[in-house]
Write a protein that binds this ligand. Structure first.
Ligand SMILES: [Zn+2]
Length: 274
């Protein structure tokens, strides 16, 4: 299923795969001038191709290598001749592949392996250049695209909500917090998210998110100082594990959010004076 929505100069392609008549997970990509930012999930690639044919695209640039952001890259290049750009650290997983869990395979499908070109500091579009800002945390290769003149920010999975507390097994939310601060300091007006939400008052929302994560990080540190392990900290802070843990076969949980901060604390203590 694919829906097209317009937000001023931005066209959103919102996609999801139907499972028993229901879309469980949406993903979005965005057209800004002749550039497409992100390329949806592999199972949505043919639908996306049909939607963007004739839309005047010259290139597709992705925020990171995850399967729900790169799905149509190879098809768009083959059929429409688009240039495919990705963060330098994403080139290897795009060309050689990466592991998917059964739930990811079911919801998004396997991406076609493909070569891409490394993004530079700016993404060229016929509506002016976008800054390519490194925002590691969700994954090491993550970037955000910013159009400073209009205050538009295409943030991929660098921001999900103002109150995050779940993380992937490979996510470093302590690093993600630093990326959120970098992004907030650019003072964006509108954020376009990888899941499809469009956030107005973006700088304010980023500030709320940063306050929330800093508060949780402080609590985690305090509980770790008392000798609690990650599981006990989850219990003390949230009372239970996230339902996503079971739905994603252990791929996402509160515990991985907590672990990013206890890992950093342990590393800082290890590096400090004895
Ligand atoms: Zn992602």
């Amino acid at each position: 299923m694919l829906k097209v929505r317009r937000f001023g100069p931005v066209t959103q392609y919102l996609m999801g795969v139907l499972h028993v008549g229901q879309v469980y997970y949406w993903c979005a990509c965005y057209q800004f001038g002749d550039a497409l930012i992100d390329a949806g999930a592999p199972l949505c690639a043919a639908e996306l191709l049909a939607a963007v044919e004739g839309a005047g695209l010259a290139r597709v640039a992705v925020t990171h290598h995850h399967e729900d952001h790169i799905g149509a890259n190879a098809l768009l290049r083959r059929r429409l001749g688009l240039e495919v750009l990705a963060p330098a650290a994403a080139l290897k997983p795009l060309a050689q592949g990466f592991a998917l869990r059964p739930y990811q395979e079911m919801v998004w499908g396997w991406p076609e392996l493909h070569a891409a070109q490394a993004l530079g500091p700016e993404l060229t579009t016929n509506h002016g250049p976008l800054e390519v800002l490194a925002t590691p945390g969700h994954c090491p290769d993550h970037v955000v695209f910013l159009h400073h003149e209009s205050g538009l920010a295409f943030v991929g999975d660098a921001f999900f909500s103002t109150t995050p507390k779940t993380a992937r097994i490979d996510e470093d939310f302590a690093q993600g917090l630093e990326s959120l601060r970098l992004l907030r300091d650019r003072r964006p007006k509108t954020m376009f998210l990888g899941l499809g939400q469009v956030v107005e008052n973006a700088t304010e929302a980023l500030g709320q998110c940063i306050d929330h994560v800093e508060r949780l990080a402080g609590e985690i540190e305090r509980l770790a100082d008392q000798g609690l392990d990650d599981g006990q900290i989850v219990e003390a802070l949230f009372g239970r594990e996230s339902s996503l843990r079971q739905l994603t076969d252990g791929h996402m949980s509160y515990r991985y959010f907590v672990a990013a901060f206890t890992r950093r604390r342990a590393a800082e203590k290890g590096a400090g004076p004895a």
